[in-house]
Write a protein that binds this ligand. Sequence first.
Ligand code: NOJ
Length: 536
Amino acid sequence: MIDKNWSRKAVVYHIYPLSFNDSNNDGMGDLEGIIQKLDYLNDGSENSLGVNTVWLSPIYRSPMADFGYDISDYYDIDPIFGDLASFDKLVSEAHKRGIRMIMDFVPNHTSNQHPWFLESRASRTGSKRDWYIWRDPKPDGSPPNNWLSVFGGPAWTLDDKTGQYYHHSFLPEQPDLNWRNPEVKEEMQKVLHFWLHRKVDGFRTDAVYHLVKDGQFRDDPPNPDYDPGKMEPYSSVLHKYSQGRSETLDNLKSFCEVLGLHPDKFIISEAYIDLPELAKMYRACDNNLHAPINFNLMTIPLMAGEFRNFIDKFDSSLPPEKWPNYVLGNHDRPRVATRLGQDRARLAAMIMLTLRGMPFVYYGDELGMENVDIPEEKMLDPWGKRVPGFGLGRDGERTPMQWDGSKNAGFSRSKPWLPTASNYKVRNIETEMKDPRSMLNLFRRLIHYRKKSPALLEGSYHSIDVAGEVFAYVRQCPAEKLLVVANFSATEQNLSLRSETAQVICNTFMDAEYGKEVDTGKLVLRPYEGYVLSFA
Ligand code: NOJ
């Protein structure tokens, strides 16, 4: 069904496919496994989680050097996950349940096993040579400049056969495509067309900030604030020339052009950037088909004033036709419940699900899944292995989804590719569904409430002054007015609000009765407690 506004109503659920559900018991998740769990995500009733959009981390053919972010064929599914038929089935089953499907799209780099790269590296004069970024060594044989790879070491690898270095923002197994070559852009537009014809609803674009590099290949300047004891070597320079070039916006435009040929598609872009840069990226496309993903809630300190300041500025910086978005966790950063603890993770979730904008829920965060401690010698993630000692390994936030208390948390009957969390017998979907006070039931309540709440879907946002370490805001439209209050402190807070009667929609501990009347003048919040209240 065509709905041009679906992205404004979307609650995005981010699945890391290797870890969601394993249907063929090989220890790794797959598409059929996701299909089996679609009813958990949304079966049309309030028994399910209620999300209406799924974003899949990459499922394309890949040698898995970076677990799918190294693609060797953009037009096929990796056999670990299934095949094109299982993909089509997934899209159609998702659509039957009112779930839109967003594919990961990785345009910055391919696998070094991709036929394009094999052809590119074969000779200096081949037709695909210029599809990647090749440079001569310096006279002493060293790399062409000082650019660094996010995953450790120089961003250049010498290819003996042709005597030139190729560029890679990430692993040597992930050579960067040359986005200054129009053929690359055209080919990537074809990739988008291919998946749009297979009925996907949109894309999450990987690493857009890296797409275009300085045409003169100037050295990145040193970072004056670099502290080698505390910061990873990648931070020793400011990435002024190796990323974030203004031409990136033209490429985003080229993606939007393709999406614009279809009636109701949407694209979001991965970029860890601050407010001014976010505003620029929002302006990249004239239509409203594109938004940069806003990761700032993962990095700003969890303090009422900091949250208020950021959200006020972000919300007011966008013109009315652009839609904000908020992320608390993903497959690249430690889990929110580990970073903040369970109570504060609930508070952050309540805020995210009641703000004006698109919320992103990373699989398992709705349960309060925590990072699994994986020692460096057992680590699979290439980032953690190549840059040890800085806690960069990402295996801990990618462990199997905790479905129930059976072996391997119900994820697989075989040994999972990553260890299952030791707390899975208590923290799993089955137990949390039954516990009215669980984190899962907080998510369910808010997601379902949001669907029918005009104030949450379309209403204005404005923060209000309250006493103490409390962030408070009103969501309002002519039909409905809601108040959200969140105590960011470890002590009880008396809000000193004006006395008014309000109804409880929920509190973060899920022990306040739904619909109960309260006097806002007498409201006292427990440590890290939040409330959503409605004024009839
Ligand atoms: C960002 C992705 O989220 C991350 O998982 C991946 O390793 C890099 N981009 C490289 O593709």
